[in-house]
Ligand binder design. Structure first.
Ligand code: SF4
Ligand code: SF4
Length: 231
């Protein structure tokens, strides 16, 4: 039997910075169709891991470095999920890696609203890897908000990690809400249609660029306590 400790060490050896485990019953508030058992009915535990992007990338004056590295980090997370699932299978655990970003099925074209098959931000929170800020991003105390999230669904009940209950946002802080040029944030959710209009663009040659990250950039918790980068 593989222990939780071994699973987490394995994820870190494959390139993750942190790994946490949530029992499937913590996902009781998942929307219908987006519960881990809607993806894999045998799921008993959700193994969640994060990888941090260097905080300063987002402070570059050019939009190209962040956009390019965002496109690199997602496949890296998917690869960690795939390798972790392969190794777990050899140890007798059935495991299904979930795409950390795309593809997904749900898309409401009218309001430009899409949803991944599993909310990675909520999975990260439920696995004790951080809390959700008013900018809707997962924030880890040590690593900040430049963390990107992957997950694997397993058919074993692993020992879970505790959920972090303390808020990361000071009660009166509205920096991210006020930084959003699209007024897409209300402190709990992000209006995806407004955000998409303001945050995604194409170069003349057709390359995708993230042109807005103000809510991530402006947050005083962006870098986390373990990072030398200044916020
Ligand atoms: S990425 Fe930009 S547009 Fe989207 S919510 Fe954040 S600040 Fe607003
Ligand atoms: S800017 Fe303030 S309110 Fe927004 S996520 Fe950061 S700490 Fe929370």
């Amino acid at each position: 039997m593989v222990s939780s400790k071994e699973v987490k060490e394995l994820a870190i050896s494959l390139g993750a910075d942190l790994c946490g485990i949530a029992p499937v019953d913590r996902f009781v508030d998942s929307p219908k169709g987006f519960h881990p058992t809607d993806i894999y009915s045998k799921c008993k535990s959700v193994i969640v891991f994060v990888k941090k992007m260097p905080s300063e990338i987002i402070m570059a004056d050019s939009l190209v470095p962040y956009s390019h590295n965002a496109f690199i980090i997602y496949p890296e997370l998917d690869k960690i999920g795939l390798e972790l699932s392969r190794v777990l299978e050899k140890k007798g655990v059935s495991a299904v890696p979930v795409p950390c970003d795309t593809p997904y099925e749900y898309w409401d074209a009218e309001i430009s609203h899409g949803m991944g098959i599993l909310s990675m931000r909520h999975a990260g929170y439920l696995a004790g890897l951080g809390v959700l800020g008013k900018n809707t991003l997962l924030v880890n105390k040590e690593l900040g908000n430049m963390v990107y999230i992957g997950a694997v669904l397993a058919d074993i009940e692993f020992e879970p990690d505790p959920v972090i209950t303390e808020s990361i946002c000071p009660p009166n802080c509205r920096i991210c809400l006020e930084a959003c040029p699209q007024k897409a944030l209300d402190g709990i959710t992000a209006n995806q249609a407004l955000c998409r209009q303001g945050s995604i663009s194409k170069t003349g040659r057709g390359f995708d660029l993230y042109k807005c990250n103000s809510c991530r950039k402006a947050c005083p918790k962006r870098s986390g306590s373990k990072c030398a980068s200044k916020t």
